[in-house]
Design a protein around this ligand. Structure first.
Ligand code: GDP
Length: 329
């Protein structure tokens, strides 16, 4: 490790905000020398990680994610915890704009000395954003943050991605979500550990209670999880700050049960090897696509596939064989 990296390491461990921001920028850079530097920094930070509770939060735009995170985050910092909020926003990849909006969200929390909000990276493919987020998590954990929240929108594959990097996955739903119960993605319910009906206040409260009981019933139809934890359905009002403590109690219970049973450690091990494999896949694909000889061959085979003169499966096999042979030379 370079002397410069050593200094950064010390400052991160002291939770110096400038050093944290600098390290994140370094890891987001695409320059090869930054990659080496960044990876060596991460390696030296690893021994100081693993203690935080990692929570993923998802829900459709408008469900109240930022309002909830602000209320939940302020509740936690008032208990003395340090919290970091990171975002994975696939919309920024698709349109260049972000559904989750700009840095002005969660104003009060953003100004709190015990909180750090990292705006979502505004560019890059989802895989890259996921890598950046995972690496930022390492930095925040080493800096001593107790709770890391990773926020995402219910779009594309971002929920599964986020679920693969957190301990607990919390889904926020709207008070009238019961109406759409038929249409709700079964997959998302299957990965959620806590489902929270937000906006349970005023005129929405009755509807929110109804939705809560409908979801309770719906969960009975899902296959029972082979884990010590069964998903819970709760209600809250992020605006009136009601039900927040209850959610925190459930999250603590979840952590305690899974730690005790060894499932949390196991989950993290599986996540780490999945992460390695996703990096291998990405690396292989990019090395394949960027090989100058293969680049030409891809064009030829693609034309043939489009014309229908060769089947895609055979074309793929031939291309991979060509690549394999090239590598042997
Ligand atoms: P996001 O797009 O999921 O981040 O949602 P926002 O946090 O921006 O909230 C969307 C809208 O819902 C805003 O107008 C909020 O004021 C409102 N909202 C959020 N939480 C609550 C709540 O608990 N109760 C009520 N009544 N409105 C809420």
């Amino acid at each position: 490790m370079t002397e410069n990296n050593n200094l950064v390491l010390d400052e991160i461990l002291k939770c110096n905000r400038k050093a944290i921001a600098k390290a994140i920028t370094l890891l987001e850079s695409n320059l090869p020398e930054s990659f080496e530097k960044g990876q060596s920094l991460l390696e030296s930070l690893l021994p100081y990680t693993g203690e935080a509770l990692r929570i993923g939060i998802s829900g459709v735009p408008g469900v109240g994610k930022s309002t909830f995170i602000e209320a939940f985050g302020l509740f936690l910092v008032n208990l003395g915890y340090r919290i970091a909020v990171l975002a994975v926003d696939p919309s920024s990849e698709l349109s260049g704009g972000s559904i989750m909006g700009d840095k002005t969200r969660m104003n009060q929390l953003a100004q709190h000395p015990k909180a750090f909000i990292r705006p979502s990276p505004s560019s890059g493919v989802l895989g890259g954003v996921a890598r950046n987020t995972r690496e930022a998590m390492i930095i925040f954990e080493a800096a001593g943050f107790d709770i890391i929240i990773v926020e995402t929108v219910g779009v594309g594959q971002s929920e599964t991605l986020v679920q693969s990097m957190v301990d607990l996955f919390l889904l926020l739903i709207l008070p009238n979500a019961g109406d759409e119960l038929q249409g709700i993605k079964k997959g998302i319910l299957e990965i959620s550990d806590l489902i929270v009906v937000n906006k349970s206040d005023g005129e929405y409260e009755f509807q929110a209670k109804k939705t809560q009981s409908e979801y309770k019933k719906a969960l009975n139809f899902l296959p029972q999880r082979n884990t010590s934890w069964q998903p819970q359905i709760l209600r809250c009002s992020s605006i009136e700050k009601k039900g927040i403590e209850n959610i925190w109690e459930s999250a603590k219970k979840f952590q305690k049960i899974l730690k005790h049973s060894g499932e949390l450690e196991e989950k993290r091990k599986i996540q780490a090897s999945k992460w390695m494999w996703s990096q291998i896949k990405e690396g292989l694909l990019s090395s394949f696509k960027n090989n100058p000889y293969i680049k030409i061959k891809i064009l030829e085979f693609e034309k043939a596939v489009n014309k229908g003169s060769i089947l895609p499966t055979l074309a793929a096999k031939k291309l991979l064989d060509e690549w394999g042979n090239k590598k042997k030379i």
